[in-house]
Design a protein around this ligand. Structure first.
Ligand code: UDP
Ligand code: MG
Length: 316
Protein backbone atom coordinates (compact mmCIF):
# COMPACT_ATOMS: atom_id res chain seq x y z
CA UNK A 1 0.00 0.00 0.00
CA UNK A 2 1.30 3.39 -0.90
CA UNK A 3 1.50 6.38 1.40
CA UNK A 4 -0.68 9.16 0.00
CA UNK A 5 -0.31 12.80 0.93
CA UNK A 6 -2.92 15.37 0.02
CA UNK A 7 -1.29 18.78 -0.29
CA UNK A 8 -3.54 21.79 0.17
CA UNK A 9 -2.37 25.41 -0.10
CA UNK A 10 -4.37 27.60 2.27
CA UNK A 11 -4.55 31.35 2.25
CA UNK A 12 -6.99 32.94 4.71
CA UNK A 13 -9.11 29.82 4.80
CA UNK A 14 -10.27 29.90 8.45
CA UNK A 15 -13.91 29.59 7.38
CA UNK A 16 -13.31 26.73 5.01
CA UNK A 17 -10.69 24.63 6.80
CA UNK A 18 -12.92 23.01 9.46
CA UNK A 19 -15.41 21.95 6.78
CA UNK A 20 -12.66 20.67 4.48
CA UNK A 21 -10.96 18.83 7.35
CA UNK A 22 -14.16 17.01 8.26
CA UNK A 23 -14.78 15.89 4.70
CA UNK A 24 -11.17 14.73 4.35
CA UNK A 25 -11.19 12.73 7.60
CA UNK A 26 -14.16 10.76 6.28
CA UNK A 27 -12.57 10.25 2.88
CA UNK A 28 -9.12 9.28 4.17
CA UNK A 29 -10.58 6.86 6.74
CA UNK A 30 -12.65 5.27 4.01
CA UNK A 31 -9.59 4.79 1.80
CA UNK A 32 -7.46 3.50 4.68
CA UNK A 33 -10.13 1.01 5.83
CA UNK A 34 -10.54 -0.18 2.22
CA UNK A 35 -6.75 -0.74 2.26
CA UNK A 36 -6.35 1.45 -0.82
CA UNK A 37 -3.77 3.67 0.90
CA UNK A 38 -1.38 3.20 3.79
CA UNK A 39 -2.47 4.28 7.30
CA UNK A 40 0.60 6.54 7.21
CA UNK A 41 -1.18 8.74 4.66
CA UNK A 42 -1.65 12.37 5.62
CA UNK A 43 -3.24 15.66 4.67
CA UNK A 44 -0.58 18.36 4.44
CA UNK A 45 -1.96 21.86 4.85
CA UNK A 46 0.34 24.60 3.61
CA UNK A 47 -0.28 27.97 5.19
CA UNK A 48 0.63 30.55 2.56
CA UNK A 49 1.28 33.41 4.99
CA UNK A 50 -2.37 33.80 5.97
CA UNK A 51 -3.44 36.84 7.91
CA UNK A 52 -6.30 35.14 9.72
CA UNK A 53 -6.36 32.13 12.09
CA UNK A 54 -5.52 29.58 9.39
CA UNK A 55 -2.22 28.48 10.96
CA UNK A 56 -3.73 28.11 14.45
CA UNK A 57 -6.43 25.92 12.95
CA UNK A 58 -3.81 23.82 11.17
CA UNK A 59 -1.88 23.35 14.43
CA UNK A 60 -5.07 22.40 16.25
CA UNK A 61 -5.97 19.87 13.58
CA UNK A 62 -2.46 18.42 13.79
CA UNK A 63 -2.68 18.06 17.57
CA UNK A 64 -6.15 16.57 17.62
CA UNK A 65 -5.82 14.20 14.69
CA UNK A 66 -2.71 12.46 13.37
CA UNK A 67 -4.11 12.60 9.88
CA UNK A 68 -3.18 16.27 9.59
CA UNK A 69 0.20 17.81 9.22
CA UNK A 70 1.18 21.31 8.23
CA UNK A 71 3.79 23.53 6.69
CA UNK A 72 3.96 27.26 7.31
CA UNK A 73 5.53 29.53 4.73
CA UNK A 74 7.40 32.57 5.98
CA UNK A 75 5.06 34.85 4.01
CA UNK A 76 2.40 34.90 1.29
CA UNK A 77 3.91 33.59 -1.95
CA UNK A 78 0.79 32.79 -3.95
CA UNK A 79 -1.05 29.60 -4.75
CA UNK A 80 1.49 28.08 -7.16
CA UNK A 81 4.48 28.55 -4.88
CA UNK A 82 2.55 27.34 -1.83
CA UNK A 83 1.55 24.24 -3.74
CA UNK A 84 5.14 23.67 -4.85
CA UNK A 85 6.36 24.06 -1.26
CA UNK A 86 3.86 21.38 -0.23
CA UNK A 87 4.86 19.02 -3.03
CA UNK A 88 8.56 19.39 -2.29
CA UNK A 89 8.03 18.78 1.41
CA UNK A 90 5.59 15.90 0.96
CA UNK A 91 7.80 14.00 -1.48
CA UNK A 92 10.12 13.07 1.39
CA UNK A 93 7.33 11.18 3.14
CA UNK A 94 4.87 10.08 0.47
CA UNK A 95 4.70 7.67 -2.47
CA UNK A 96 1.89 9.53 -4.14
CA UNK A 97 0.79 13.14 -3.72
CA UNK A 98 -2.58 14.63 -4.52
CA UNK A 99 -2.82 18.42 -4.81
CA UNK A 100 -6.09 20.23 -4.34
CA UNK A 101 -7.61 23.51 -3.14
CA UNK A 102 -8.88 24.16 0.35
CA UNK A 103 -12.38 25.05 -0.76
CA UNK A 104 -13.62 21.55 -1.70
CA UNK A 105 -14.54 22.75 -5.19
CA UNK A 106 -12.70 19.71 -6.47
CA UNK A 107 -14.67 16.55 -5.77
CA UNK A 108 -12.64 14.49 -3.27
CA UNK A 109 -14.28 11.30 -4.53
CA UNK A 110 -12.25 11.64 -7.72
CA UNK A 111 -9.32 10.38 -5.60
CA UNK A 112 -10.69 6.84 -6.07
CA UNK A 113 -10.33 7.36 -9.80
CA UNK A 114 -6.78 8.67 -9.28
CA UNK A 115 -5.91 5.52 -7.31
CA UNK A 116 -7.39 3.29 -10.03
CA UNK A 117 -5.18 4.98 -12.62
CA UNK A 118 -2.23 4.71 -10.27
CA UNK A 119 -2.86 0.96 -10.01
CA UNK A 120 -2.63 0.88 -13.81
CA UNK A 121 0.83 2.36 -13.52
CA UNK A 122 0.26 6.08 -14.08
CA UNK A 123 2.78 8.49 -12.60
CA UNK A 124 0.57 11.56 -13.13
CA UNK A 125 -3.22 11.69 -13.11
CA UNK A 126 -4.95 14.94 -14.07
CA UNK A 127 -8.31 15.89 -12.58
CA UNK A 128 -10.40 17.41 -15.35
CA UNK A 129 -13.64 19.30 -14.79
CA UNK A 130 -16.49 17.83 -16.74
CA UNK A 131 -18.45 21.07 -16.82
CA UNK A 132 -18.22 24.63 -15.64
CA UNK A 133 -21.81 25.09 -14.61
CA UNK A 134 -20.97 26.32 -11.13
CA UNK A 135 -18.83 29.15 -12.48
CA UNK A 136 -20.20 32.53 -13.39
CA UNK A 137 -20.67 33.08 -17.13
CA UNK A 138 -17.81 35.55 -17.09
CA UNK A 139 -15.31 33.18 -15.47
CA UNK A 140 -16.38 30.40 -17.81
CA UNK A 141 -15.88 32.57 -20.85
CA UNK A 142 -12.52 33.97 -19.76
CA UNK A 143 -11.27 30.50 -18.84
CA UNK A 144 -12.26 29.04 -22.19
CA UNK A 145 -10.75 31.89 -24.18
CA UNK A 146 -7.61 31.50 -22.14
CA UNK A 147 -7.22 27.79 -22.79
CA UNK A 148 -7.77 28.39 -26.49
CA UNK A 149 -5.17 31.18 -26.53
CA UNK A 150 -2.64 28.96 -24.78
CA UNK A 151 -3.28 26.15 -27.25
CA UNK A 152 -2.88 28.57 -30.17
CA UNK A 153 0.45 29.68 -28.70
CA UNK A 154 1.65 26.12 -28.70
CA UNK A 155 1.48 25.51 -24.97
CA UNK A 156 0.69 21.92 -24.09
CA UNK A 157 -1.98 22.14 -21.44
CA UNK A 158 -4.83 19.87 -20.37
CA UNK A 159 -8.16 21.51 -21.10
CA UNK A 160 -10.18 22.30 -17.99
CA UNK A 161 -7.52 20.95 -15.68
CA UNK A 162 -6.46 23.22 -12.86
CA UNK A 163 -4.25 22.00 -10.06
CA UNK A 164 -6.22 18.98 -8.91
CA UNK A 165 -3.97 16.07 -9.75
CA UNK A 166 -2.08 13.11 -8.41
CA UNK A 167 1.65 12.76 -8.88
CA UNK A 168 3.92 9.91 -7.86
CA UNK A 169 7.04 10.69 -5.88
CA UNK A 170 9.01 9.96 -9.03
CA UNK A 171 7.08 12.58 -10.98
CA UNK A 172 7.52 15.15 -8.20
CA UNK A 173 11.27 14.42 -8.07
CA UNK A 174 11.38 15.08 -11.80
CA UNK A 175 9.37 18.27 -11.34
CA UNK A 176 11.90 19.48 -8.78
CA UNK A 177 14.48 19.53 -11.58
CA UNK A 178 12.59 22.39 -13.23
CA UNK A 179 14.37 25.30 -11.64
CA UNK A 180 12.42 28.21 -13.08
CA UNK A 181 11.28 30.94 -10.75
CA UNK A 182 8.29 31.92 -12.90
CA UNK A 183 6.23 28.92 -12.12
CA UNK A 184 3.09 27.86 -13.92
CA UNK A 185 2.59 24.33 -12.66
CA UNK A 186 -0.20 23.19 -14.93
CA UNK A 187 1.96 24.04 -17.93
CA UNK A 188 5.12 22.46 -16.54
CA UNK A 189 3.74 19.20 -15.17
CA UNK A 190 2.95 17.84 -18.68
CA UNK A 191 6.62 18.45 -19.58
CA UNK A 192 7.59 15.93 -16.91
CA UNK A 193 6.12 13.19 -19.11
CA UNK A 194 5.71 9.59 -17.81
CA UNK A 195 2.56 7.53 -18.19
CA UNK A 196 -0.38 9.75 -17.37
CA UNK A 197 -4.14 9.85 -17.67
CA UNK A 198 -7.14 12.00 -16.75
CA UNK A 199 -10.06 11.53 -14.40
CA UNK A 200 -13.12 13.72 -14.92
CA UNK A 201 -15.14 15.11 -12.04
CA UNK A 202 -17.88 17.61 -11.36
CA UNK A 203 -16.63 20.87 -9.85
CA UNK A 204 -18.73 22.38 -7.10
CA UNK A 205 -19.08 25.98 -5.98
CA UNK A 206 -16.96 27.30 -3.10
CA UNK A 207 -18.78 26.49 0.15
CA UNK A 208 -17.42 29.16 2.45
CA UNK A 209 -15.14 32.17 2.35
CA UNK A 210 -14.45 33.94 -0.89
CA UNK A 211 -12.28 33.35 -3.94
CA UNK A 212 -8.66 34.33 -3.31
CA UNK A 213 -8.31 35.00 -7.01
CA UNK A 214 -9.77 38.42 -7.74
CA UNK A 215 -9.77 39.56 -11.38
CA UNK A 216 -6.45 41.35 -10.98
CA UNK A 217 -4.67 38.20 -9.78
CA UNK A 218 -6.41 36.16 -12.45
CA UNK A 219 -5.10 38.42 -15.19
CA UNK A 220 -1.55 38.40 -13.90
CA UNK A 221 -1.73 34.61 -13.51
CA UNK A 222 -2.91 34.35 -17.12
CA UNK A 223 -0.09 36.57 -18.42
CA UNK A 224 2.38 34.58 -16.33
CA UNK A 225 1.13 31.38 -17.92
CA UNK A 226 1.61 32.64 -21.43
CA UNK A 227 4.95 34.38 -21.03
CA UNK A 228 6.56 31.62 -18.99
CA UNK A 229 5.61 28.93 -21.48
CA UNK A 230 5.62 30.47 -24.94
CA UNK A 231 7.76 32.90 -26.90
CA UNK A 232 5.29 33.14 -29.75
CA UNK A 233 4.16 36.68 -28.79
CA UNK A 234 7.70 37.92 -29.48
CA UNK A 235 7.73 36.13 -32.84
CA UNK A 236 4.37 37.70 -33.61
CA UNK A 237 5.79 41.15 -32.95
CA UNK A 238 8.73 40.45 -35.23
CA UNK A 239 6.28 39.38 -37.93
CA UNK A 240 4.21 42.48 -37.37
CA UNK A 241 7.35 44.61 -37.63
CA UNK A 242 8.22 43.07 -41.00
CA UNK A 243 4.68 43.59 -42.22
CA UNK A 244 4.63 47.25 -41.25
CA UNK A 245 8.04 47.82 -42.79
CA UNK A 246 6.67 46.30 -46.01
CA UNK A 247 3.60 48.56 -45.90
CA UNK A 248 5.78 51.61 -45.30
CA UNK A 249 7.84 50.84 -48.42
CA UNK A 250 4.67 50.63 -50.51
CA UNK A 251 3.52 53.91 -49.01
CA UNK A 252 6.88 55.50 -49.78
CA UNK A 253 6.62 54.45 -53.43
CA UNK A 254 3.06 55.72 -53.54
CA UNK A 255 4.00 59.12 -52.09
CA UNK A 256 6.95 59.48 -54.47
CA UNK A 257 4.70 58.76 -57.42
CA UNK A 258 2.13 61.26 -56.18
CA UNK A 259 4.87 63.83 -55.55
CA UNK A 260 6.46 63.57 -58.99
CA UNK A 261 3.15 63.50 -60.82
CA UNK A 262 2.63 66.97 -59.46
CA UNK A 263 -0.33 66.39 -57.13
CA UNK A 264 0.13 67.89 -53.70
CA UNK A 265 -1.16 65.79 -50.82
CA UNK A 266 -2.90 67.55 -47.97
CA UNK A 267 -1.31 64.84 -45.87
CA UNK A 268 -2.31 65.94 -42.43
CA UNK A 269 -4.62 63.05 -41.67
CA UNK A 270 -2.22 60.43 -42.96
CA UNK A 271 0.58 61.84 -40.86
CA UNK A 272 -1.36 62.03 -37.63
CA UNK A 273 -2.90 58.60 -38.07
CA UNK A 274 0.38 56.90 -38.85
CA UNK A 275 2.17 58.64 -35.98
CA UNK A 276 -0.42 57.40 -33.51
CA UNK A 277 -0.74 53.95 -35.00
CA UNK A 278 2.98 53.34 -35.13
CA UNK A 279 3.58 54.95 -31.76
CA UNK A 280 0.97 52.73 -30.16
CA UNK A 281 2.27 49.65 -31.85
CA UNK A 282 5.82 50.37 -30.76
CA UNK A 283 4.81 50.86 -27.16
CA UNK A 284 2.89 47.59 -27.24
CA UNK A 285 5.82 45.79 -28.77
CA UNK A 286 8.24 47.18 -26.22
CA UNK A 287 5.79 46.19 -23.50
CA UNK A 288 5.64 42.58 -24.62
CA UNK A 289 9.39 42.33 -24.96
CA UNK A 290 9.77 44.02 -21.58
CA UNK A 291 7.55 41.36 -20.09
CA UNK A 292 10.03 38.70 -21.19
CA UNK A 293 13.05 40.68 -20.10
CA UNK A 294 11.40 41.03 -16.71
CA UNK A 295 11.10 37.25 -16.62
CA UNK A 296 14.77 36.82 -17.49
CA UNK A 297 15.68 39.36 -14.82
CA UNK A 298 13.83 37.40 -12.17
CA UNK A 299 15.21 34.08 -13.39
CA UNK A 300 18.82 35.29 -13.19
CA UNK A 301 18.31 36.28 -9.60
CA UNK A 302 17.18 32.71 -8.84
CA UNK A 303 15.50 33.76 -5.62
CA UNK A 304 13.93 31.02 -3.52
CA UNK A 305 10.33 30.35 -4.52
CA UNK A 306 9.29 29.82 -0.94
CA UNK A 307 10.80 29.74 2.52
CA UNK A 308 9.45 27.28 5.04
CA UNK A 309 9.08 28.68 8.52
CA UNK A 310 7.69 25.57 10.19
CA UNK A 311 7.13 21.96 9.20
CA UNK A 312 4.92 20.08 11.66
CA UNK A 313 6.13 16.81 10.16
CA UNK A 314 9.57 17.47 11.59
CA UNK A 315 8.72 18.02 15.23
CA UNK A 316 7.45 14.49 15.68
N1 UDP B 1 -4.30 30.30 -2.24
C1 UDP B 1 -3.01 30.38 -1.72
N2 UDP B 1 -2.32 31.56 -1.80
C2 UDP B 1 -2.85 32.67 -2.39
C3 UDP B 1 -4.17 32.57 -2.96
C4 UDP B 1 -4.83 31.37 -2.87
O1 UDP B 1 -2.48 29.39 -1.19
O2 UDP B 1 -2.18 33.70 -2.42
C5 UDP B 1 -5.06 29.01 -2.14
C6 UDP B 1 -6.45 29.11 -1.56
O3 UDP B 1 -6.42 29.05 -0.16
C7 UDP B 1 -7.13 27.91 -2.18
C8 UDP B 1 -6.46 27.79 -3.54
O4 UDP B 1 -5.25 28.54 -3.46
O5 UDP B 1 -6.89 26.71 -1.47
C9 UDP B 1 -7.33 28.30 -4.67
O6 UDP B 1 -7.85 29.57 -4.37
P1 UDP B 1 -9.35 29.99 -4.65
O7 UDP B 1 -10.26 28.85 -4.35
O8 UDP B 1 -9.61 31.24 -3.91
O9 UDP B 1 -9.29 30.24 -6.22
P2 UDP B 1 -10.46 29.97 -7.30
O10 UDP B 1 -11.01 28.60 -7.06
O11 UDP B 1 -11.48 31.04 -7.07
O12 UDP B 1 -9.75 30.09 -8.61
MG1 MG C 1 -11.64 27.85 -5.45
Amino acid sequence: MEVMYIVIPCYNEEEMLPITAKALITKMDELIVAKRISPKSRVMLVDDGSKDRTWEIIEQLHESCELFTGVKLSRNKGHQNALLAGLMTAKDYADIIVSMDADLQDDINAIDGFLDKRAEGCEIVYGVRSSRETDTGFKRWTAQTYYKTLAALGVEITYNHADYRMMSRRAVEALSEFKEVNLFLRGIVPMVGFKSDIVTYERAARQAGESKYPLKKMISFAVEGITSLSIKPIRFITGLGFFIFFVSIIMLIYFLVVHFSGHTVAGWTTTVVSVWALGGLQLLAIGVIGEYIGKIYLETKARPKFIIEKNLEEDK
